[in-house]
Design a protein around this ligand. Structure first.
Ligand SMILES: [Zn+2]
Length: 328
């Protein structure tokens, strides 16, 4: 035994469950992803998660007793102090589930009693980019994930900002227009309700339904994605180009506000919508740095996330590592 620590990372998403084992460097020794099928209810989903956790530990070659801690990344709202999942928007029917207590019991005869830590998924992803990704060596950063929704995590002085219960940095629900477009959260003008992948596609659909001409009209209206809007914009389509330009303007304004709020060295953008790379990052960086306070803009940069599709698992590992260090 070299003394290197190993961690089990579990990721509960709305569409998939993922698990893996990693060492202190965040590199995965094993991984597995299965459909979440959340409609089966928390009881069944947790059983699947526990079984998968056991399988990835076995597949990693690490002795179960060498797992120092387990991290669980899950959508909020949740409470990291009590380990209770409150009522995540992406997990219907999960109301006040005592996830940490349950996993601690279920793993007791297998992992040898290491702690289990619950973390908000976007905060976990921020911790992963900080420890192992684009934010390595950076003391102050903000991570923003732009996918079906928009989530965020803030690292200040090398520590995640948790807030009272671990739900801080709901950047997607920063209101940019006080009487603007309605958001399912109950507020108006939220960043997510305009610039998430879901809403980029929805704005294009609304205009197509109103009869505006576009190359997107050749696609099935219900299934248009933000990626198709981006592609049509690149090809010169006017409608798609306008939807995309509106998107990067709003994201740029949001990132400028983030820079003014936190004075970060880096704003890291991740999530499915950032898959288009420079088509998103370049204008968002330009607009954000133009709009933020010049002194803080001069210290900041906007970059793309480095950890890919496994960020949920790696985030859970990063959270376990950080919380274990805090407990020591
Ligand atoms: Zn909102």
């Amino acid at each position: 035994m070299t003394g290197a620590r190993r961690f089990l990372g579990l990721d509960i998403g709305g569409t998939k469950l993922a698990a893996g084992v990693a060492g202190d460097d965040g590199r995965l020794l094993s991984r597995e992803v299965i459909p979440a099928r959340t409609e089966d209810g928390p009881e069944t989903v947790i059983e699947r998660l526990v079984a998968m956790g056991r399988r990835v530990v076995d597949a990693s070659g690490v002795a179960p007793s060498d797992i120092a801690a387990t991290g669980v990344s899950c959508g909020g709202p949740l409470d990291i102090r009590t380990g209770i999942v409150r009522e995540p928007t992406n997990l219907p029917g999960w109301i006040d589930v005592p996830l940490v207590a349950r996993l601690t019991t279920d793993f007791a005869d297998f992992l040898g009693g290491g702690p289990v830590y619950l973390e908000n998924d976007a905060n976990a992803a921020a911790m992963a980019e900080h420890r192992y990704g684009a934010g390595r060596g950076v003391r102050n950063l903000v991570y923003l994930t732009i996918s079906t929704g928009i989530g965020g995590g803030v690292i200040l002085d090398d520590r995640i900002v948790e807030g009272e219960s671990g739900n801080a940095a709901e950047i997607g629900h920063m209101s940019l227009s006080h009487d603007g477009w309605p958001c399912p959260c109950g507020s108006r003008g939220c960043l997510e309700a305009f610039a998430s992948g879901t809403n980029i596609a929805q704005r294009a659909r609304d205009r197509l339904a109103a009869g505006e001409p576009s190359s997107l009209a050749a696609l099935a209206l219900d299934t248009i994605t933000s990626g198709e809007v981006a592609e049509a914009a690149r090809a010169g389509d006017t409608l798609a180009g306008e939807v995309w330009d509106d998107t990067v303007r709003v994201l740029g304004a949001g990132v400028a506000s983030i820079i003014n709020l936190f004075n970060p060295r880096l704003v890291i953008l991740g999530g499915g919508v950032t898959g288009v790379g420079d088509q998103l990052i370049a204008p968002v960086r330009r607009i954000a740095l133009e709009r933020a306070f010049p002194s803080m803009a001069a210290e900041a940069d906007v970059v793309i996330a480095r950890l890919g599709a496994d960020i949920g698992i790696v985030g859970a590992v990063a959270a376990a590592q950080a919380r274990l260090a805090d407990a020591a």
